[in-house]
Design a protein around this ligand. Structure first.
Ligand SMILES: Nc1nc2c(ncn2[C@@H]2O[C@H](COP(=O)(O)OP(=O)(O)O)[C@@H](O)[C@H]2O)c(=O)[nH]1
Ligand SMILES: [Mg+2]
Length: 474
């Protein structure tokens, strides 16, 4: 019998060579040890694989939002958030309230600046007798309102300071579109760097000071000494009177400033949004405008027929010229939602007034569809801002004046959208490195109901495709 020096447990690998061993015994022992080691190595390998899978989880479904500035990327993201993470959407209400207040104040500033320009330049304060009846006229009463609204200038500064310190924002050297170049007031749009969690800043402030009247449901701090609600509320009637005054409306038309087409338009809801205890509705949040810079990633857990998957949605701000630089980092997306704000056919880029916005969108689309890194990605085109397109066409603005090739086709929503859809589809067909299905939707992404329907269908399609891919690989 052989004497083994055992370490006391049953692990075959812990066997120690016996002191006395025949040749046969040694061969048999080595064979056992070899088999045991192979089994153990196999188990280790399996465990490591399982750990790696656990760490990674099932692969997330990834969506990239693209489009020129103000095309509706962030608003589409808000729709995702409202559908799949309503808790976090609600938690941001306090922050959006500040943005909406700034949107209101900046719209009013546009009107006040238009009045100043009218006073200073081409338009006399007192209309001549020849002036047509019904055209604009700055009455002493309107000028008195203007004086009374001067505090809005300070409020604007305060709001910008609050947003920029919260989010490390930058004041962009771009103008908002307010009319022909020579009439442009010096209104600047602020932009927040998306890498910084500016939305939490307001809530953090509240928590830090442990305010007693903090309404946790809405996240709004009613005692905040910097909150401009009281001043906005006291200016409310003057703002409403100014915005509803026919002379002011005509002055804005004369200066080619269609306020209702501007981002962050709340002037038709002044009564409500300047109320002392105003709480933004979901729709208000979707209409709020805050420019973001850089790439931001948002995660959602989305379930379909029992299976829950991680989704990552990327919102990429920035200009056409940067596409080549970032495209290689986004070659593993399941889909790109490309937003084309087609109502912008009569507008120019804020960053370059020589470039028509629709033309810029076509150029960006061409770059995306022809990019080699993105050639395997599903492309979903949203022809967005259909509501604004409808009201523009109805007001007599003609597509053919900006897109000459449109010719004498009818100037209605159906014909213009069908024409533009064909143009986008044609570019995809011609420029795509490999054949791809052309998915296209007419959207108004501030309308949560219709957008929910479209995003929900998109979710099902992508889940199905993703499952098929996984099963094919497995
Ligand atoms: N009327 C209207 N406004 C829209 C639509 N889509 C976006 N907006 C507004 O346009 C502005 C710019 O949208 P945003 O999502 O911030 O554009 P982004 O720069 O591409 O992220 C916001 O004030 C939105 O509320 C739309 O379909 N109709
Ligand atoms: Mg944005």
């Amino acid at each position: 019998m052989s004497a083994y020096l055992s370490t006391g447990d049953d692990d075959p690998l812990s066997l120690r060579p016996p002191i006395f061993e025949t040749h046969d015994e040694r061969t048999a022992r080595l064979a056992i040890e070899g088999r045991a080691k192979a089994v153990s190595d196999g188990i280790d390998e399996e465990l490591e694989k399982a750990r790696a899978l656990e760490r990674k989880g099932p692969k997330a479904i990834k969506i990239l939002l693209l489009g020129q500035s103000e095309s509706g990327k962030s608003t589409t993201l808000k729709n995702f958030q409202l559908m799949y993470d309503p808790k976090s959407f609600r938690a941001e209400r306090a922050s959006w309230r500040v943005v909406i207040q700034l949107n209101v104040v900046q719209s009013m500033r546009s009107i006040l600046d238009a009045m100043t320009l009218a006073q200073k330049h081409e338009y006399p304060a007192h209309p001549s007798p020849q002036r047509k009846k019904g055209s604009w006229h700055l009455t002493p009463e309107l000028l008195a309102i203007k004086e009374r609204l001067l505090p809005l200038v300070d409020i604007e500064k305060t709001l910008i300071r609050r947003l920029t310190t919260a989010g490390s924002g930058e004041v962009e050297a771009t103008h908002r579109e307010a009319g022909p170049d020579h009439l442009k007031p010096g209104l600047k749009e602020i932009a927040i760097n998306s890498a910084i969690p500016w939305k939490n800043a307001f809530n953090r402030l509240i928590k830090a000071e442990e305010r007693t009247s903090f309404d946790s449901a809405e996240g709004i701090d009613w005692d905040d000494p910097e909150d401009p609600s009281a001043v906005l509320n006291s200016c409310s009637q003057d703002m409403i009177q100014l915005w509803n005054n026919p002379s002011i409306r005509q002055l804005l038309v004369k200066q080619n400033a269609r306020m209702e087409d501007h981002s962050g338009f709340f002037l038709d809801s002044l009564d409500r949004v300047t109320a002392a205890r105003y709480i933004p509705t979901d729709d208000d949040i979707l209409r709020a405008r805050l420019k973001t810079l850089g790439v931001s990633e948002h995660r959602f857990k989305i379930s379909t027929s029992g299976s829950v998957r991680d989704w990552k949605v990327y919102d990429v701000g920035g200009h056409r010229s940067q596409v080549a630089a970032w495209a290689p980092f986004f070659d593993d997306m399941d889909a790109i939602i490309f937003l084309a704000p087609i109502s912008c056919f009569d507008q120019v880029l804020e960053e370059d007034h020589r470039v028509n916005r629709l033309e810029d969108t076509f150029k960006l689309w061409t770059m995306i569809v022809s990019n080699q890194h993105l050639k395997n990605t599903n492309l979903i085109l949203f022809l967005n801002k259909i509501d604004i397109l409808r009201s523009k066409l109805a007001s007599g603005i003609k597509l053919k004046d900006y897109v000459v090739s449109y010719g004498d086709r009818p100037n209605d929503v159906d014909s213009t959208t069908a024409y533009l859809k064909r143009k986008f589809g044609g570019i995809l067909q011609e420029k795509s490195p490999s054949p791809r299905i052309f998915y296209c939707h007419l959207t108004t992404v501030i309308d949560t109901k219709s957008t929910k329907y479209i995003l929900s269908n998109l979710k099902d399609t992508l889940m199905r495709q993703n499952l098929m891919k996984t099963n094919l690989i497995a």
